[in-house]
Design a protein around this ligand. Structure first.
Ligand code: SER
Length: 877
């Protein structure tokens, strides 16, 4: 059974049990501060479990792209070293939202594994939760009883909280779980040691393949468990492991999920997989990591230096280093594997193939840049290792920081290389060094988020802000956020006119008022579908009724920019081509910023064409056509483009400005008709990453201000030039005249220096065989004096030259000596100048044959020159 068939059979099975088949959520999470990446199939349903929003379906199944590289679930260290952990993996899951519970979840899992996939019952063991005294939780005897009837009690193991109580992070929905394990070893080994002894013991062939979680609690941020209003089921089955079990392989990497990538790596390296421990690990690491990287980039997460972007960079660097050290990849190679991944998943995750050129380009850039520092970093590592004294086995934090800061080694990469060398790294010392740097760059901040205070359990706020900028509302919950230097509150309302930042549009500001008390709302954001209002204070009576009001001018200006962004997007696709895809956007009351895929700098003509098209659409005063609650499929048929990496519900909102021009899926707020935008002006075009360009533009009054500011400059230039008929020509003339004058001045200076040289040569005094020139040459610039000194050195030998001059109103001294005086007579220009400089209240230095000094006291020049002779005493005689 190939892997596509395995996946499809899962869907067919749960469809037959009344489940709706949902799409995978994007890998990158944008509205949950507790989680950067989807790490389990249940993440996208967290709100439904919490009761924040209802589900359209009570039963859902899907395959979810998951990444476990940070936070509570982090498998990175095992990846590649073993054969069954991954950074990115697919999780097949089925969910019940307040519908079926343990019995069906268990019975169906069994039916699918044994009948649907034909896996042998004799190889299956199950675990159930064995209670936890500290948490006050009992054994899950209910699950035990259900399993007992299916597999008999000998195949059931009670497990601890660590293995059998599932939590997605430090807080969130959770519950006891029952895992299904498979023993994939040979008969002989099984006879020697029954699989039951090896469950959850880290054996590569006795592995968990499916986890059935019975969600019934929420873990609060204070660590306490509270009961959820309803009971739910969340199951997750590792697709790659399932494929291994069904295909009778001993490693995930031997299944058809991975073999195409492994083959491509063999081809690139010329090293066969299965021939050596180290080279195999490297091949597995790269095969695993390229999937994580390609999927993350296709969902809009570019590698960067912060947060989720840095996680992707770390994974990529880990892959590059394994390739470099063990497979001889000293030139970029990994970027070429993106195509293999794209082809492999074209049917189930088409977002990868749709962007494969872009993905390769981003990886190539990253790979090239890390390869530039990797080799030197590894050398530095070796050097540091050899400097470790005695039997010290720990690389200190500062050193780890140096590798990070100078060579771009993520700390986990240094730790990995250290481990390979039998060493450890001082991670807390590294964090300290990092913190010190952060404090130096003043962006350290630690916040403390309190638990929600619930006033009304129905947290699903109604957003009325498409039609109204005012509402009468009550607070449903609030919490306090403390950070080092400030305190703020987050407030959720039962109905709100405030637009929460999303889709690039800034959140609304405004106020909420009850009686005389007015609370300023300084921002509005979304978190797990809750609309959260940020304020600096809490009303005296949170249970009161509030009049809420959005700052309307700010909202209207923001809308101008948002609608203009749609017009711009459409214009870019028309002018540059349909490869243009939105990669990011930011819209507020001042500016709009639009990032998009395109491989070259825009020419002046292209920018003008885009700008003209947008302004034309503004003048056409096209009415906004807003369609709410239409099915995603219908919207796509209309021509709306879904953005990769965005999470869409089944029902979407579509904003149309002229059916033949701009149709976008969008939750933002927009102008009633395009005329209100007034004017559109692009103010910059730049590159922000490989294959991604950024346009910044302004509209309405900001566009007017921008243009007026430029016209003002022109006015000032005109008036300074006495209003010429052609300003540009006048400036060119001016530059030409200036160049001529500069040229003339240079010639004059050269002539003058020539004369001076002649004059000085005429003043040479010969004492004891040494040619001495000591002169005050008046106003001369420093470079003229320097040239003069070097020319005289060529002409006169042996030369003892001391010059005094004034440059820019300041006294200067120069000493120049022939080599024979330096080596033969032990004179030193540097020493001489230090003595002389005192006379002009200054200081200086230089080399033994040439030194200069600057000072403050012009009257001292002659004193210094008089003194200059003293150094020759004893030398001449
Ligand atoms: N949430 C559980 C897990 O990730 C089951 O889906 O293992």
């Amino acid at each position: 059974m190939n892997s596509n068939l395995i996946r499809n059979r899962f869907m067919d099975f749960f469809r037959s049990k009344g489940h709706f088949i949902a799409p995978s959520a994007p890998l990158v999470i944008k509205d949950d501060p507790t989680l950067m990446f989807t790490n389990a199939g249940m993440n996208q349903f967290k709100d439904i479990f919490l009761g924040n929003r209802p589900s359209l379906h009570s039963r859902i199944a899907n395959t979810q792209k998951c990444l476990r590289v940070s936070g509570k679930h982090n498998d990175l260290e095992e990846v590649g070293i073993d054969t069954y952990h991954h950074t990115l993996f697919e999780m097949l899951g089925n969910w019940s939202f307040g519908d079926y519970f343990k019995k069906e979840a268990i019975e169906w899992a069994w039916e699918l594994l044994t009948e649907g996939y034909g896996l042998p019952a004799s190889r299956i063991y199950v675990t159930v939760f064995g209670g936890d005294e500290k948490e006050g939780l009992e054994n899950d005897d209910e699950a035990f009883e259900i399993w007992r009837k299916i597999v008999g009690k000998d195949r059931i193991i009670y497990g601890s909280k660590k293995d059998n109580f599932w939590e997605m992070g430090d807080s969130g929905p959770c519950g006891p779980c029952s895992e299904i394990h498979m023993d994939l070893r040979g008969e002989k080994e099984i006879k020697n040691n029954p699989g039951k002894n090896l469950v959850n013991a880290g054996h590569p062939l006795v592995i968990e393949i499916w986890n059935l979680v019975f969600i019934q609690y929420n873990r609060n941020t204070d660590g306490k468990l509270t009961m959820l209003p309803q009971k739910h089921v969340d199951t997750g089955m590792g697709f790659e492991r399932l494929a291994m079990a069904i295909q009778g392989k001993l490693s995930n990497y031997d299944t058809d999920v991975f073999t195409p990538i492994i083959h491509a790596i063999e081809k690139e390296s010329g090293i066969r997989y299965g021939q050596g421990e180290k080279t195999d690990i490297a091949a597995r690491v790269i095969a695993d990591h390229i999937r994580a990287i390609a999927f993350a980039i296709s969902d809009g997460q570019l590698p960067s230096n912060v947060k989720a972007g840095y996680v992707i960079r770390r994974i990529l660097r880990r892959a590059v280093r394994y390739g470099f050290t063990y497979l001889g990849f000293n030139k970029p190679v990994i970027y070429r594997l993106a195509d293999v991944v794209a082809l492999q998943f074209q049917d189930v995750f088409p977002e990868v193939i749709a962007q494969k050129d872009f993905i390769s380009k981003v990886i190539l850039e990253e790979e090239s840049s890390f390869l530039r520092t990797l080799e030197n970093g590894l050398k530095r590592f070796d050097q540091l290792r050899s400097q470790l004294k005695g039997d010290r086995k720990i690389i200190d934090g500062r050193t780890v920081f140096e590798l990070y800061d100078t060579f771009g080694f993520p700390v986990d990469l240094t730790a990995l290389i250290a481990r390979e060398n039998g060493l450890l790294v001082d991670e807390s010392g590294f964090s300290k060094a990092m913190d010190e740097q952060k404090i130096r760059s003043k962006n350290a901040s630690k916040t403390d988020t309190g638990d929600w205070v619930i006033l009304n359990d129905n947290a699903e706020a109604v957003f009325v802000g498409y039609e109204n900028l005012e509402s009468e509302s009550r607070i449903t919950r609030y919490r306090e956020i403390k950070s080092r230097d400030k305190k703020e509150f987050q407030i959720v309302l039962d109905r709100t006119p405030f637009y929460a930042e999303s889709g690039g549009q800034a959140g609304d500001t405004g106020y909420m008022q009850s009686g005389d008390e007015k609370i300023r709302i300084k921002d509005t954001r979304k978190e797990n579908d809750l609309i959260i209002h940020f304020s600096e204070s809490l009303p005296a009576d949170p249970a009161a009724i509030f009049q809420c009001r959005v700052d309307d001018l700010r909202r209207r200006l923001t809308e101008n920019n948002h609608s203009a962004t749609h017009l711009l997007h459409a214009a870019l696709r028309k002018v540059l081509g349909s490869h243009v895809q939105q990669k990011g956007s930011l819209v507020n009351e001042k500016i709009l910023r639009f990032d998009f895929s395109h491989f070259a700098k825009l020419s002046r003509e292209e920018i003008l064409a885009v700008e003209q098209m947008v302004n034309q659409k503004i003048r056409e005063d096209i009415r906004r056509d807003e369609r709410r609650d239409i099915a995603l499929e219908e919207a796509k048929k209309m021509g709306a483009m879904a953005l990769f990496g965005e999470k869409y519900g089944e029902k979407v909102r579509v904003i149309v400005f002229d059916e033949n021009y701009s149709i976008e899926l969008c939750g933002g707020t927009h102008v009633p008709s395009t005329g209100r935008i007034g004017l559109f002006k692009i103010i910059s075009e730049s590159s922000i990453a490989a294959g991604v360009r950024r346009i910044e533009a302004v509209t309405a009054n900001e566009a007017e201000n921008y243009i007026n500011a430029r016209l003002d400059i022109l006015e000032q230039i005109n008036s300074a030039l006495k209003s010429p008929s052609d300003t540009y020509q006048a400036v060119l003339n001016l530059l030409e005249e200036r160049n001529a004058v500069v040229h003339e001045l240079e010639t004059f200076k050269t002539e003058k220096a020539g004369n001076l040289k002649g004059e000085l040569m005429g003043k040479v005094k010969v004492i004891g065989g040494i040619n001495i020139i000591v002169e005050n040459i008046g106003n001369q610039d420093a470079s003229t004096v320097k040239n003069l000194a070097f020319q005289l050195r060529q002409l006169v030998e042996p030369l003892y030259l001391v010059l005094g001059n004034v440059s820019g109103g300041k006294p200067q001294l120069t000493v120049m000596l022939s080599d024979s005086l330096v080596s033969g007579k032990k004179l030193n220009a540097g020493n001489i100048i230090r003595e002389l400089a005192r006379e002009i209240s200054g200081g200086g230095g230089g080399q033994a044959f040439y030194a200069t000094a600057g000072g403050k006291d012009i009257t001292g020049i002659d004193r210094a020159l008089k003194k200059a002779g003293e150094f020759l005493v004893g030398t001449v005689n």
